[in-house]
Design a protein around this ligand. Structure first.
Ligand code: FEO
Ligand code: CA
Ligand code: CA
Ligand code: CA
Length: 617
């Protein structure tokens, strides 16, 4: 039988009003539970979380990190009540992390406490934690053998074209085979063979270079003056601490020939593969998928005998959308592989990286980033940049040469399980002064969601804009999709399909026209059911616009990001990042009483129905 081309589910909840409180809001008949907030111990090596910021760096290395972002749930049974949850920790809130913020020597301006800086490094990265549902409540399984942390100090293997190249040679890795740390892990992906993909987004800010910048680091924006949290800037930083802290200063010659970290930043900016099922495996950085500020990484619809495709956006103003097409063709037997990292080697090390050019009339072209690709000026990328490793290290520079389309901050991609259409959030771009077909609004404060279908050739695609963010009272230029109070949104960011065909849209909101009405939120829509009389997919617009429904609103100050769902669809997981004054209790919808000041904790929220049935329908 031919597979269905549209979802059979219908949303079964009423769109909720906006909310501006220190609590989460869910539809009638639903409840929300706090799970695995920052500082939750994973094992006995970590002391219980203390609300005075006094936990040590070692505690943090064995506890859930800060500022949850992308995530995925890997089932351990068919019932869906026992699973491994992987959570990204994008960045830190130093004021919440420490008793009273970071400590500096007032005279020298240097960081003075080694344990404090180690704690900051350890609060970044990824958590892998086993969770179980017991009597309807999800619990962390303390001391489970799968529980582990990847941090800004963890050793990773490098794979793909940049591995073993001169670009990765450091005092730590003489052969360029390894790099240390994963940082600013924002969106995520997963693979058909059961591994987690964590995406390194705003990593350049963790480094500095006040000497001669490489073309690649100049293009990506490694700063000249200071690192984001001054990790390189320690009082008494001696040579033995070069490895740990000074490596973030990648100025050539900063520490003399013996401790040369000029290539340290070249080990960052990648898609990183982690096998959650096997705690004895190292994470692997998949350089073939490009080096930029990766927001997420999403595989395209699977077809046996066809190459695998992964999509990834570069989240910065006027940056690009990329796809990687594997050389190996998909073998369904690999979905059950027990050597998952080897399967990753098969599909994610060799292939072609492309960047998108969106043209008029809903047409588009994927431009290859290969040595023999011909750039706009008639010369090849090889002539411009050199080897494939050189092209990848400077992915964005190569994409410039090819004439890719500058976008309004590409964030997450999601693939419709029925149609295979790919959706991409373009979160906003207040600096846009020149429109292009795919980014048609000047000073785009509200963002939009674009989608495309692959063409017959791997270089062709066709696209349209699915929905424009807007306040409900926007004018004809802003409210292009006819949104109403019950579904107005801005700055779409997190984006995920579940297997039933429901698209979940999360916001990271900057536009006051919407933030004065509601905190950040999660909405739902079933795109494959929006069809015209000829069965052609429609965008969301006036007439069908109320098919987009607000499902969830987060607490004050937060962004809602990261999506997971249990195998039986009865639990939906979303992350609350950077809340102001939350959570008050294990009940995520308990409002913090006014006058109570909490040490804020990012956390996962589990949303379920009081009657225990499937969520959303
Ligand atoms: Fe970390 Fe682009 O959001
Ligand atoms: Ca994001
Ligand atoms: Ca964002
Ligand atoms: Ca964020």
């Amino acid at each position: 039988p031919t597979p269905p081309t549209k979802a059979s589910v219908k949303l079964g909840f009423d769109s909720i009003k906006g909310s501006l409180t220190d609590s989460v809001v869910v539809p009638n008949g639903y409840r929300a539970q706090v799970l695995a907030p920052w500082g939750t111990p994973l094992n006995d090596k970590a002391a219980p979380w203390r609300d005075d910021g006094s936990n040590s760096a070692d505690d943090q290395a064995n506890a859930v990190g800060q500022n949850h972002d992308g995530m995925h749930l890997f089932p351990l049974n068919e019932a869906g009540d026992d699973a491994l949850l992987c959570i990204n920790h994008e960045y830190i809130e130093p004021d919440a992390l420490h008793p009273s913020g970071p400590t500096y020597d007032e005279t020298t301006g240097l960081r003075t406490l080694i344990d404090e800086v180690r704690k900051e490094i350890n609060a970044h990265g990824v958590t892998v934690v086993r969770i179980k549902r017991v009597s309807g409540e999800w619990q962390v399984v303390h001391n489970d053998e799968h529980n582990r942390r990847f941090t800004g100090a963890t050793v990773f293997d490098m794979a793909g074209p940049v591995a073993y190249s001169d670009y990765l040679v450091t005092a730590f890795s003489a052969d360029g085979s390894q790099a240390r740390g994963t940082l600013n892990n924002c969106g995520n992906g997963y693979t058909p063979w059961g591994t987690y993909l964590t995406c390194e987004e705003n990593w350049p800010d963790y480094f500095m270079n006040n000497g001669a910048l490489s073309a690649a680091d100049a293009r990506i924006g490694v700063p000249a003056k200071a690192t984001r949290y001054d990790w390189d800037h320690m009082a008494g930083n001696s040579e033995e601490r070069a490895d740990e802290f000074r490596r973030f200063d990648v100025t050539p010659g900063a520490l003399g020939a013996l401790y040369d970290y000029r290539n340290e930043a070249n080990g960052h900016g990648y898609i990183v593969e982690i096998d959650p099922y096997n705690p004895r495996t190292r994470g692997v950085k998949r350089t073939a998928l490009g080096r930029f500020r990766h927001e997420g990484c999403t595989f395209g619809k699977l077809e046996a005998g066809k190459p695998l495709v992964f999509y990834s956006g570069h989240d910065s103003r006027f940056e690009y959308l990329y796809k990687f097409v594997s050389n190996a063709v998909w073998d369904e037997a690999d979905a059950k592989s027990s050597n998952r990292i080897a399967t990753g080697d098969k599909y994610m090390n060799e292939g072609t990286l492309y960047v998108a050019r969106f043209d008029e009339g809903g047409k588009g072209e994927w431009l290859p980033l290969t040595e023999d690709a011909v750039a706009k000026d008639g010369k090849t990328l090889g002539e411009h940049l050199g080897s494939l490793a050189a092209i990848i290290v400077n992915t964005a520079g190569a994409a410039d040469l090819m004439g890719a389309t500058p976008m309004d901050r590409p964030e997450w991609c999601a693939v419709d399980p029925f149609t295979g259409s790919v959706y991409l959030t373009l979160t906003n771009n207040s600096k846009r002064t020149e429109a292009n077909p795919a980014n048609p609004r000047l000073k785009n404060n509200f963002g939009h969601i674009i989608r495309w279908d692959e063409g017959d050739k791997p270089t062709e695609f066709s696209w349209d804009i699915f929905v424009f963010g807007s306040p409900a009272n926007g004018n004809a230029e802003t409210n292009l999709s006819g949104l109403a109070e019950l579904n107005q949104f801005a700055s779409p960011d997190g984006l995920s399909f579940d297997k039933r065909g429901i698209l979940w849209v999360q916001t990271d909101n900057g536009a006051k026209e919407v933030t004065s009405y509601t905190n950040d939120q999660m909405l739902a829509v079933v795109p494959s059911t929006l069809l015209d009389a000829n069965g052609k997919q429609l965008p969301l617009r006036e007439g069908n616009q109320m098919e987009l429904r607000r499902f969830f609103v987060g607490p004050n100050g937060c962004e809602v990001t990261g999506f997971a769902i249990s195998e039986d669809y009865t639990s939906v997981f979303a992350n609350i990042q950077h809340p102001d004054n939350w959570p008050y209790s294990a009940d995520a919808s308990a409002e913090t009483p006014s006058g109570t000041k909490l040490r804020p904790r990012a956390a996962t929220v589990v949303i379920s129905r009081i009657d225990g049935k499937e969520v959303g329908v």
